[in-house]
Design a protein. Structure first.
Length: 557
């Protein structure tokens, strides 16, 4: 059967209405129309009638004042997906954009990898498919589960994998592959005759190595992904580097073969460090020279930066260990922040909401609990309106507002939030306050887009991470809970989130008896700190309500 999806229907449309329209246009169908709220499904006898229905109706025929939209339903797409393995689940996801999103689960990781490699850019009904990983909620059960994530133009995984539900990210084995970029002329030597050399490397280092030979045909360099423990990755890196040096010497093709590591741009800022301090320390400690490719080289489908390390083989390998250590730490911090955000807003996908390119690390599944965090059930039942003040560079105001206010209007609609820019406090103010009002998901979307816009428009340097100051107001009576005894809570908060959190002790409460908590950090750090503080406030509120309830019961007795 060829099942069709019929969209853009009025709520009042019945199966009889659709039967009449199909009969009037002499389109054959089989079975009954399955009518839902605003859409319907029907089977056609064969592909010929399915295509004829699409050509006849879609965008051309009106029913009760609305033009019908007809296309193949997910099962049609599933036949394409099934070419690459066993499809365990395939479902279409509703989004606010014009792009259709289909979530697919394969039975194992290799099938998923093949599907992503083959389907990215595949033409379907005159549209190019864009395929990326999403988190698999059952990932904790074992490494061979069908893992879903994102691939870029080099066929690379998105530098990350979901963490197990209910477990702190710091305790997980971080599955970030070591990604190397090697000259194409050395790929044959790395693989060896009939694959003997690469089999030897994988055996000795207990790793899985993917050489992406078929991607970017004709390119001067090819990507290699090494999946193993950090120690296994480093051992494989050394062996590959030694092979390239020997090949270069034997063939006299190069005097020097640098080590090139690929890392997602999301992590590079923290690798570099403030004023380049982290990178300089790695160079000094390992006696190497390290350079990082420009931000201008990034594209939507290639979010990786190239880290070039020059020096002796031993020193380059030491540098690799330090670089990947920083990358893994940055990844763990981001996963911790996203775990809490995903727990608060189940199903939230950074790529889907457009905060970062679709290549961004996948959001982990909602944990059943996170260390130090109470359940967010009170938020889930009725998301409360939150007001957050984000401070941006004064010269960036025009970029946030956009021509004739178009950008800020679009951002407001996209996030379903109220977004206003306050007047400057003084004529020479270097920062301006953006006031965002909306529920938690709206805050996440709006703030994420603002961070992204500032980076896109180069208001922060190529080696500088976007860090903003954010203010949230809390009841003066709850400020002590945020600080904790002897500052314990706020210190733990800073250690957990990597954000700077300041609760000025000498504040005078405003007319609503509230004080300001300042948060300074990159996007994920700031989001995690905000959510943790909101969680503390929710606990205070619940305890207060419980106390009032107990008092009322005591009075009734």
């Amino acid at each position: 059967m060829n099942k069709l999806y019929i969209g853009n229907l009025n709520e009042s449309v019945t199966p009889a209405d659709l039967e009449k329209v199909f009969a009037e246009h002499k389109i054959s169908y089989s079975g009954q129309f399955l009518v839902k709220s605003g859409y319907a499904f029907v089977d056609c006898p064969d592909e010929h009638w399915a295509m004829k229905a699409i050509e006849t109706f879609s965008g051309k025929v009106e029913l009760q004042g609305k033009r019908l939209e007809i296309e193949h339903s997910v099962p049609k797409k599933q036949s394409l997906l099934a070419q690459y393995g066993t499809v365990e689940n395939c479902e279409q996801v509703n989004t606010e954009s014009e792009t259709a999103v289909v979530n697919v689960t394969y039975s194992n990781r290799e099938q998923t990898r093949q599907a992503i490699m083959k389907l990215n850019g595949h033409q379907l009904e005159n549209h190019a498919l864009k395929v990326s990983y999403i988190p698999d909620e059952q990932i904790a059960q074992g490494p061979e589960n069908g893992r879903r994530g994102g691939f870029g133009s080099r066929g690379q995984p998105r530098q990350g994998s979901p963490v197990a539900a209910g477990t702190p990210a710091k305790q997980q084995q971080v599955d970030i592959p070591l990604r190397l970029l090697v000259p194409t002329q050395y790929v044959g030597a790395i693989i060896g005759k009939e694959g003997a050399t690469i089999r030897n490397i994988t055996k000795q280092t207990q790793s899985k190595i993917d050489v992406h030979r078929k991607e970017n045909a004709g390119a001067a360099e090819k990507a290699i992904s090494v999946h193993s423990t950090p120690e296994g990755c480093s051992s494989a890196c050394k062996m590959i580097l030694e092979i390239m040096h020997k090949e270069a010497k034997d063939t006299k093709t190069a005097d020097e073969v640098p080590l090139k590591i690929l890392a997602h741009n999301n992590f590079v800022g923290r690798l570099i460090g403030k004023e380049g301090r982290n990178l300089k320390k790695v160079e000094q400690d390992t006696e190497t020279k390290i350079t990082i490719s420009s931000l201008q080289d990034l594209t939507l489908y290639n979010p990786e930066r190239t880290i070039t390390v020059k020096g002796a083989i031993e020193n380059c390998c030491k540098a690799e260990q330090e670089i990947m250590k920083k990358v893994r730490e940055a990844y763990e911090n981001d996963v911790a922040a996203m775990s809490l955000q995903s727990h608060l807003i189940p199903g939230l996908n950074l790529a889907a909401v457009g905060l970062f390119p679709a290549s961004s690390s996948a959001v982990p599944p909602p944990p059943s609990s996170v260390t130090g965090a109470a359940p967010y059930s009170s938020f889930m039942q009725a998301p409360e309106q939150e007001m957050v003040q984000v401070f941006i560079p004064a010269q960036a105001v025009g970029a946030i507002i956009g021509k004739k206010g178009q950008h800020i209007k679009q951002l407001s609609r996209f996030a379903s939030a109220s977004i206003k820019i306050a007047p400057p406090e003084t004529p020479d103010s270097k920062v301006r306050m953006v006031i965002i009002t909306g529920p938690p998901e709206a805050q996440f979307k709006a703030q994420g887009r603002i961070y992204g816009k500032l980076k896109e428009e180069n208001f922060f340097g190529p080696k500088e991470e976007v860090k903003l100051e954010t203010h949230i107001r809390v009841p003066a009576s709850a400020a002590g809970r945020v600080i904790g005894k002897g500052g314990k809570t706020v210190n733990e908060l800073q250690n957990l989130t990597a954000a700077e959190v300041v609760v000025p002790r000498d504040q005078t409460p405003d007319e609503n008896d509230q004080v300001i908590v300042k948060i300074i950090g990159h996007f994920y750090a700031s989001q995690m700190a905000q959510r943790k503080i909101r969680d503390i406030l929710a606990q205070v509120k619940q305890q207060h309500q419980k106390g009032q309830s107990n008092q009322a019961q005591a009075r009734r007795k």
